[in-house]
Write a protein that binds this ligand. Structure first.
Ligand code: C2E
Ligand code: CA
Ligand code: CA
Ligand code: CA
Length: 276
């Protein structure tokens, strides 16, 4: 039986519906991908909603497989989680992201996605410590992103690991807020730095959905009173950016300000006067 992954419970999960043979082949390739150096990180800017300066980049994993070509994270991340391959892959992501971020001007941060399977590994905190010391990146420039699914299974173990990395000085963002088993109680359990508002609500609000508007307003008000910031995800147009600004979200991420890009391209943004 497979853990449906909490936050993604109601979403279509390709790994469950694909033919067993296709899945077996993908898994075979995924097992070799790290050794074959088929992974790369893309970096997407997160900007200040008011002055549009770059606050951080989210590291997003890309897999160019010898057998399958470019495979979408929506397809291989769930498979990597099911097989626990996400543990070594996730350690690689952490280290690479920190090494790259150490090249960026202070105080630009890097955001790294972390799966529940990684958090419950006994040496997760040691992996973070190692990534920071290898890279020389100050802990306060690393923000981990977790989803509500961490509260569904092994909540105590995952919570303990997150508190330890917070103690190191790292921050933790709550990703995809509102898409899964959302419970406001989760917000009390850990001092998240940021709530990421899912693209679903951004899109809904821009299309005039009263419900989406009300939800974003409520999340922003709640985050303000809890001393958390908010990031609106998936902002694709000027109109969406304007609306999000009016609603009071702190930060914006989306194709309108920048697509996920290779590291050299991300670095170039710092050469342009006025971008920082
Ligand atoms: P996520 O963490 O919610 O990441 C945001 C996703 O939205 C990314 O998809 C990004 O490319 C996409 N996106 C950004 N701006 C826009 C926009 O304006 N419009 C639209 N339509 N999409 C936008 P991506 O890169 O395909 O990643 C999908 C998911 O895979 C991520 O969702 C995350 O859950 C997972 N993932 C990616 N990299 C990693 C990783 O290193 N570790 C783990 N555990 N999960 C990862
Ligand atoms: Ca994320
Ligand atoms: Ca997200
Ligand atoms: Ca997601």
């Amino acid at each position: 039986a497979k853990d449906l992954g909490g936050g993604e419970h109601f979403q279509y999960e390709p790994s469950l519906h694909k033919s067993a043979e296709e899945r077996r082949q993908l898994e075979f390739s995924l097992r070799m991908a790290l050794d074959r150096q088929e992974f790369e990180l893309a970096y997407q800017p997160v900007v200040d909603a008011n002055d549009e300066t770059i606050i951080s980049f989210e590291a997003l994993l890309r897999w160019n497989s010898a057998e399958h070509g470019f495979v979408s994270p929506a397809k291989f991340i769930p498979l990597a989680e099911d097989t626990r391959l996400i543990v070594p892959i996730g350690s690689w992501v952490l280290e690479q992201a920190c090494i790259e971020a150490a090249n960026w001007p202070d105080p630009v941060k890097v955001n790294v996605n972390v799966s529940p399977e990684q958090l419950v590994e006994p040496d997760f905190v040691a992996t973070v410590v190692r990534a920071l010391s290898t890279s020389g990146l100050p802990a306060n420039r690393l923000e981990l992103e977790v989803t509500e699914s961490i509260f569904v299974r092994d909540a105590l173990v995952a919570g303990k690991a997150l508190k330890e990395v917070m103690h190191l000085g790292c921050q933790v963002a709550l990703d995809d807020f509102g898409t899964g088993y959302s419970s406001l109680g989760y917000l009390r359990q850990l001092s998240f730095s940021t709530i990421k508002v899912d693209r679903m609500f951004v899109q809904g609000a821009a299309q005039g959905s009263k419900e989406s508007l009300a939800i974003i307003r409520a999340v922003v008000a709640m985050a303000d009173s809890l001393d958390m910031t908010t990031t609106a995800e998936g902002v694709e147009s000027f109109e969406e950016a304007e609306l999000i600004r009016e609603l009071g979200c702190t930060k914006i991420q989306g194709y309108y300000f920048g697509r996920p890009m290779v590291k050299a391209e991300a670095r170039k943004l710092f050469d342009v006067p006025g971008r920082l």
